[in-house]
Ligand binder design. Structure first.
Ligand SMILES: [Zn+2]
Length: 359
């Protein structure tokens, strides 16, 4: 495993649901502290400033540092944990999955359970369960009273438990939280390469790990008001429509390059800026696809409407099983996305940005 893969492993395995993502921010700070000026805003977003050759346009590359999870609602009298979702979950992804509850006295391992299907009639057995029918089992038994032994409180964060694995196809990486630790990894790697590059960038690049994306794009709002970007890229996952059940021939597939998202994610990109990025991919021979998703929001949508408006684009990484314990990405898509972010920062000088945003 090389250093970049090791860092991706650490990023994905570190716990950080929305509002509790400070440890992930610390990893970003550790990687970029030597080359950037670093600031944390009051929500916990980490803002890494990489000055360029001139104080030209301000380019923001962001990945959100939070992940989806749950929060403790109550511990029932019979010793089970009821919870609320943080971010978007479907119960079909949750049953029998391991979770970790961070209490003031340490971590408590649990498994998401429901009433035993042995007790279900034929009609119920195939039904998708409602969130409120599920609970977390932390080891209650006749001789172990959870309420007495474990200090679990309402508001304690609950994170999916899952290990990073390289699959038999060595380019496929499986782990929790690729949404959006893969975007964070791309942002970090792009800034490192820009700092090392002999080619000069005529702008100031801000790598931002945004907090609380999954609960309403909150970190994007606060961090963009302090960065005041001219151009912004939100690197985030998008759907991978290459599994059974989707139309054949979709471009949004794992391993098919970096997604230039032309529609969806709550952003309507300036067409000149969109075409500039597509032509840059063609010119630099960066494997890419034009992605569309029917719903969902991204930081790009929030940053686009900051101040008097920003040239914003959603950069997608085709990901299978996002918002679950085991999501899957393709390593080459990471490399293509890093390359595109580096080339964009090298190309976006003051004259180009003015041309792209002038109507
Ligand atoms: Zn995301």
């Amino acid at each position: 495993m090389n250093a970049t893969t090791r860092f991706l492993k650490r990023l994905s395995e570190t716990d950080g649901i929305s509002g509790f993502e400070h440890e992930v921010g610390g990893l970003v700070e550790g990687e970029l502290g030597g080359i950037c000026e670093i600031e944390r805003d009051n929500l916990g977003s980490v803002i890494c400033k990489l000055p360029g050759e001139s104080d030209g346009p301000r380019i923001m590359i962001c990945g959100h540092i939070d992940e989806v999870g749950f929060i403790v609602q109550q511990v029932t009298d019979d010793g089970y944990v009821k919870f609320l979702p943080v971010g978007g979950w479907s119960t079909r992804n949750m049953l029998s999955q391991k979770v970790s509850i961070a209490t003031r006295k340490g971590r408590v391992l649990g498994v998401i359970g429901s009433a035993d299907p042995w007790d279900f009639d034929d009609q119920k057995i195939d039904k998708v369960l409602k969130m409120k029918e599920l609970f977390i089992d932390v080891g209650q038994s006749v001789d172990f009273d959870v309420k007495e032994h474990l200090d679990i409180r309402p508001g304690d964060p609950i994170t999916p438990v899952s290990k990073f694995e390289i699959m038999s196809n060595p380019k496929m990486f499986m782990s929790k939280a690729w949404d959006d630790r893969i975007g964070v990894g791309i942002m970090v790697e792009a800034l490192k390469r820009l700092a090392k590059s002999k080619r000069r960038h005529h702008n100031t690049v801000y790598g931002v790990g945004t907090a609380q994306e999954e609960v309403g794009l909150r970190g994007a709002k606060t961090s963009s008001s302090s960065v005041r970007p001219d151009v912004a890229f939100a690197v985030d996952i998008c759907g991978a429509f290459d599994t059974p059940g989707h139309d054949k021939g979709r471009a949004d597939r794992a391993g098919n390059g970096v997604g230039v998202m032309v529609c969806g994610g709550g952003v309507f990109p300036n067409p000149r800026f969109r075409d500039f990025m597509i032509e840059l991919c063609e010119e630099k021979k960066i494997r890419h696809f034009l992605g569309t998703i029917p719903r969902g929001g991204t930081d790009a949508g929030r940053i686009q409407i900051a101040g008097t408006g920003v040239l914003a684009l959603y950069i997608g990484i085709a990901t299978r099983y996002g918002h679950s314990h085991n999501s899957v990405i393709h390593r080459d898509d990471f490399d293509n996305a890093v390359k595109l972010m580096v080339e964009a920062c090298l190309a976006l000088d003051a004259e180009t940005v003015t041309r792209l945003k002038t109507f």
